[in-house]
Ligand binder design. Structure first.
Ligand code: PHB
Length: 399
């Protein structure tokens, strides 16, 4: 039977709408759901292994920020989806796809480990999902492989160590040994350390390394003792960093050869490390003792909510939550409105417990780096090692 003109018009109008929706990858009921249903937030973080505590701190920070802003994103309720990435690079892509393909998250927050981030980054670039990096500093994510849908709220791996060398030379420590885990985070932290230390007049007499997440430090500590440098600089993080400081002291090195580090060394592990951490000097974009009302209010709220003290990872999670709230509000919860969403996130100033920071063109924080010393189980800020430091963003072409 022939359609009446009215029905035909209806069919045509509907098909046009369906074609329009199909070009965005969504059919009509899904389109409606995407804009009015719960916003799906994926958390891909380490909940087991040497970085487990870091994953928990980041999740706590994200939730605190969102809850403080009313618990919604652009007016929409939230549903969280979680995957434990185990800091296992080999499973990075598969785990990211659990959130993107299976759970259909609107935003993927993760992760800590630079090697795992490479897997997330591939999935983010292929799918176009909004990807917020709350820790992993791997350079390529905001350098040669930067992408419009990828934003980092933490640091690039060479940022915290760039100002460390000058602080060491200022103390008269001109011959140093560098030690780290041999993977992207350690190698790129070395890039920053090397540039800063050489420019300040220091000499690196040896680079030492062991595979992630090994903690068999003994042979390397024996080698350090034999080399007799003026100082040691390192990158370690998570549970292993407490063990490194304890082993360093137990080997009799603590009072002879001052230990310096990228500030992650002393984050979240001061109880575990005890006296072995006292006096260790580091550089980082946060310090417990930052004397601002913003930091004090954050620390109080975090301690009250989670019955533990916050650290840099909690701050990075918190700032990730703040960025997401800001972006989602700008598009009233419609994260498919990408041009407006990205613009809002690119031009934001985050009023962070670490101090205010802005987003670089390659989507990495431009931020102050503090010089800190461990005193009475606190990362005490004793100076600003670098003001408004930006990563080079080398090779980044958006679009
Ligand atoms: C990293 O793998 O990028 C990483 C991990 C832990 C840190 C910092 C960087 O504390």
């Amino acid at each position: 039977m022939n359609s009446t003109p009215t029905t035909r018009r209806l069919v045509l109008t509907r098909s046009a709408a369906v074609i329009g929706a199909a070009s965005t990858g969504l059919l009509l009921p899904e389109l409606a759901k995407a804009q009015s249903g719960k916003l799906r937030v994926g958390l891909m973080l380490p909940y087991t292994g040497t970085f487990a505590q870091l994953g928990v701190a980041i999740e706590n920070g994200v939730r605190l920020a969102i809850n403080e802003q009313g618990g919604k994103l652009g007016g929409r309720e939230i549903e969280y989806f979680k995957v434990d990435d185990e800091s296992e690079p080999a499973k990075g892509i598969e785990n990211a796809n659990k959130l993107v393909q299976r759970d259909k998250v609107d935003v993927l927050i993760g992760t800590v480990h630079s090697g795992v981030q490479m897997g997330i980054h591939k999935v983010a670039r292929d799918s176009g999902v909004l990807s917020l990096i709350p820790n992993a500093g791997v350079h390529m994510a905001t350098r040669a492989q930067c992408a419009p849908n990828v934003f980092r709220t933490s640091f690039s791996n060479s940022q915290p160590t760039r100002a460390l060398g000058a602080a060491m030379v200022a103390k008269g420590h001109k011959r140093a040994v560098w030690i780290t885990w041999k993977y992207a985070a350690g190698d790129e932290a070395f890039e920053g350390f090397k540039e800063g230390y050489l420019a300040a007049g220091g000499t690196i007499i040896k680079e030492l390394g062991l595979p992630f997440p090994n903690v068999e430090f003994q042979a390397l500590l024996t080698e350090i003792a034999a080399l007799k440098p003026d100082a040691v600089a390192c990158f370690f993080a998570g549970g292993a960093s407490a063990k490194f400081m304890i082993d360093y002291a137990a080997a009799g090195l603590k009072d002879k050869i001052p230990l310096y580090g990228s500030g992650f060394l002393t984050e979240g592990m001061l109880d575990a490390a005890g006296p072995a951490a006292e006096g260790v000097m580091t550089t980082l974009h946060y310090g417990d003792s930052i004397e601002t009302p913003r930091n004090k209010a954050f620390r109080l709220a975090y301690a009250k909510t989670f019955k533990m003290q916050p650290d840099v990872y909690a701050v990075q999670g918190y700032d990730t939550g703040l960025l997401l709230v800001h972006g989602a509000n700008a598009v009233k919860g419609d994260l498919n409105n990408k041009a407006v969403l990205y613009k809002a996130m690119e031009t934001v100033t985050i009023d962070s417990p670490r101090g205010k920071w802005t987003m670089s063109k390659s989507h990495n924080p431009i931020q102050d780096i503090y010089l800190r010393v461990v005193q009475n189980k606190e990362n005490k800020v004793i100076g600003v090692a670098a003001k408004a430091l930006a990563d080079s963003g080398a090779g980044c072409k958006m679009g």
